[in-house]
Design a binder for this molecule. Structure first.
Ligand SMILES: NC(=O)c1ccc[n+]([C@@H]2O[C@H](COP(=O)([O-])OP(=O)(O)OC[C@H]3O[C@@H](n4cnc5c(N)ncnc54)[C@H](O)[C@@H]3O)[C@@H](O)[C@H]2O)c1
Length: 267
């Protein structure tokens, strides 16, 4: 029996910008586990990042797509099915960006045009992706769709700002679309709620070092790395989790269940 749990599977991985990106690690592990994938990112990220380097390393075609544009998503799905030779078995949505955070606006002084763009990029893109796939019937029966999220959807982390609402919306789309895709095609839709991780998107949040260190001390297992997040994604893409859907799955070293940890007190 093969030890590669994604052998024969075809996938699309969004959001690998550089080696720090969580998606970069996921792409590497998926291929290590026998999958064939395409990589995608926004056209602007193609110029700034290192995605072509990863594409060459993994022998994966890189297909530009702005995740806020349904025509780009339609093209990406079609091209991926062509290149990989059939329907898609798994998709990782690993996209997040807040214009208000980037521009340093405080939560009590948000710009609403920025906010709409933030939601469009970070959350509505997930619905668009699934709707495009659903209409094209691009995902195999029993396929698996994942998006990455953060616990600020449930608890207050003041500097996370409007990204908290973005993540709440993202998680809700996973549940709602998970129902429809489950009934129609047994496709699973889940979100993984990851520990703070040193990446371009993560470190853009004000005070990131402090809340990275805080979460690390609060969690009995410490913060989960991008590499271990990739392991979890691989399991969620595999047939071993074919009855798990519409869940927000914490991958955070235990942080989400903690109340108080003496390690954080100066007694
Ligand atoms: N880093 C953390 O602390 C942390 C914690 C929990 C969840 N997450 C989530 O993980 C996901 C990946 O982020 P990351 O930390 O790896 O950072 P990252 O900056 O490496 O990845 C974010 C990606 O989003 C892409 N993107 C932005 N706008 C896009 C668009 N219009 N179309 C397509 N792609 C677009 C960027 O190019 C980039 O590749 C995000 O959803 C993020 O919110 C991150």
């Amino acid at each position: 029996m093969s030890s590669q749990i994604l052998e024969g599977k075809r996938g699309i991985v969004f959001g690998a910008l550089d080696e720090q990106s969580i998606a970069w690690h996921v792409a590497e592990k998926c291929v290590e586990q026998g999958a064939r994938i395409t990589l995608t990112n926004a056209p602007v990220a193609m110029r700034m990042g290192k995605i072509f380097e990863l594409g060459t390393k993994l022998k994966a075609e890189v297909i530009p797509a702005d995740a806020t544009l349904t025509e780009d998503l339609d093209g990406l799905l079609q091209k991926s099915m062509e290149v990989l030779g059939g329907k898609i078995d798994f998709i990782l949505h690993s996209i997040g960006m807040s214009l208000n955070v980037r521009k340093g606006r405080s939560y009590t002084d948000l710009n609403y045009e920025f906010m709409q763009k933030t939601f469009d990029i970070s959350s509505i893109s997930f619905h668009k992706l699934m709707q495009c796939a659903y209409k094209q019937d691009a995902i195999s029966d029993g396929g698996s769709v994942l998006a990455l999220t953060y616990i600020a959807a449930q608890r207050i982390f003041p500097d996370y700002s409007e990204m908290a609402e973005s993540k709440a919306l993202l998680e809700s789309f996973a549940r709602s679309f998970g129902y429809h895709y489950g009934v129609a095609k047994k496709v699973r839709v889940n979100t993984i709620s990851q520990s703070p991780t040193w990446t371009t998107a993560g470190s853009g949040v004000k005070g990131f070092k402090e809340f990275f260190d805080y979460a690390d001390k609060m969690s009995p297992l410490g913060n989960a790395s991008a590499d271990s997040c990739a392991d979890y994604c691989v399991v969620m893409f595999s047939d071993l989790t074919r009855m798990v859907t519409m869940q927000n799955l914490y991958h955070d070293g235990g942080f989400s269940s903690m109340g108080m940890n003496p390690a954080l007190l100066n007694l």
